[in-house]
Each structure stands twice: as C-alpha cells, then as structure tokens.
Design a protein around this ligand. Structure first.
Ligand SMILES: [Fe+2]
Length: 250
C-alpha cells in the first residue's frame, strides 16, 4: 500500500492587506513561492496540515487568502489555530468542502488528531481539559490505527530559551495521554519557525520551518535565521513508520 502523503504548511502569518510584510518579507508572496515549489515536485498529496499562525492579524481576508493560495495544490486542508489566529474568526473563515478546522481525520489505517493549543491573549500554548478529553477519546476509539497528533505549540523545549518560554505550558498532561496509547507514532507542530526532529519513547517529535521567516536554533534571545521559507512533507506508512523531511525554497 502506498503511504499517505501530507504537506505541512505552518506559520504562514498572512495579513488582511494583500501586501502585508513580516520583518520585510511579503508573507503571501513567500507562501505562493512555497506552493509553487510543492507543485513543481509533482508528488501526490493526500492533505495539507496547516499548523497555526495562519493569519498574522486574525482577519477574515487573511484566511480567505490562505485558502486561495493553497488551492493550486488541489488537496484538502486541515487547520488548527496558533497564538496569532483569532479564534472566533478562525473556524468560520476556514470552512468549506476542502477545508477542515480542528477535529480528526481517519485515512487508511491512520488517525490524525488536530488540537487547539491557543489561549486568547497569550503567546504560549495550553491544552484545555476538553482538548485532553477529546484526544484521549479519539485514541481510545481507534486503538487499531496509528496516530499522528498535530498542534501549534512545541510540547518539548527545542533549545532556544526565549522560544521555550512560549511552549505548551501543560505538556506533561499531553505526554501522560500519549504514554498510555502505544499506537501514537508522532507529534507534529509549528510555532518555532525551524526544523526539529527527535524521538521520545519511539514517538517521533517534529517541528517545521515557517513559509515566511525563520528563527535561528539554539539562541538564548530572539534571533532571526537567514534560512529561506520552507515546509515539511510527511509520509505515513501502513506499518506505522513515518518518513519525513523539510524542504527549503530554492
Ligand atoms: Fe506561534
């Protein structure tokens, strides 16, 4: 059986204004360039995992722009919110036949679970009791499926002090659930604007570059990296293996 193949697009930071820039970079242009490169690679895509900070200013036009910019990939879009997203607008604006906000996806013998770790007014992440309960129920409901958990905030430190102050503040609760379900194969997030790939108790832990600006790894204080925009491809195999890599804009 062919693996499921997903593209992770994260931290697009789109603006309501068409030419909005972040640190001098036009975020809509850089996402368009990333999408063009994904298309040029030509591989089949089963879905796009859009892991938060999709809008920078949280307005409806920025979410509409996201869907428009991803349309050339002809793949369903699975969204979850980050700290920059406006929660009230998010689910309304990201609704449609090809767009899903939150929830779960059952595909082949996998389950993907999309968590909301955004707290209104906060930059760090937090999973509310209802999200923990939903995760546990989803995992208990499908013990026969391999599981990939997606969220915005990092559940473990990535090695930059300033950024790790802004991680998930109750990650122990997440790992308590993960450790009870041996069929969890991976956790995937955004927020850190850099590539990260580690393993904890055989669970793959993955973070990915933004489609706009990057943060330099291993820095005590906020430091931009000179890496170009990027994205991650993820292949989920029937035996539970995950093959994945990050691609940077040429
Ligand atoms: Fe973020």
């Amino acid at each position: 059986m062919d693996p499921l193949r997903f593209i992770q697009i994260t931290d697009t930071h789109l603006f309501d204004r068409a030419e909005g820039t972040l640190r001098g970079l036009d975020t809509a242009q850089s996402l368009a360039a990333v999408v063009a490169q994904v298309r040029a690679r030509g591989s089949h895509i089963d879905g796009i995992l859009a892991t938060g900070d999709l809008s920078h200013d949280g307005g409806t036009p920025s979410y509409r722009r996201l869907v428009q910019l991803l349309a050339p990939l002809h793949a369903p879009i699975y969204c979850l919110p980050g700290n920059h997203d406006a929660l009230g607008v998010f689910a309304c604006a990201l609704k449609g036949s090809q767009v899903q906000s939150g929830g779960c996806l059952l595909a082949d013998n996998w389950q993907l679970i999309f968590l909301d770790s955004a707290l209104p007014g906060a930059v760090h992440g937090h999973l509310r009791p209802a999200e923990f309960a939903r995760l546990d129920a989803a995992l208990r409901g499908h013990p026969e499926r391999h599981a990939l958990i997606c969220l915005h905030h990092q559940p473990i430190p990535v090695g930059s002090a300033w950024l790790d102050k802004l991680m998930l503040d109750n990650a122990a609760g997440l790992f308590e659930i993960v450790d009870r379900h041996a069929h969890v194969r991976g956790i995937l997030w955004g927020h850190v604007h850099q590539s990260f790939d580690a393993t904890r108790n055989r669970v793959r832990l993955l973070a990915s570059p933004s489609t706009c600006i990057q943060f330099k790894p291993g820095c005590a204080d906020f430091t931009l990296d000179d890496q170009p925009p990027g994205y991650r491809w993820v292949e989920l195999h029937a035996d539970g293996n995950i093959t994945t890599d990050v691609e940077w804009l040429d």
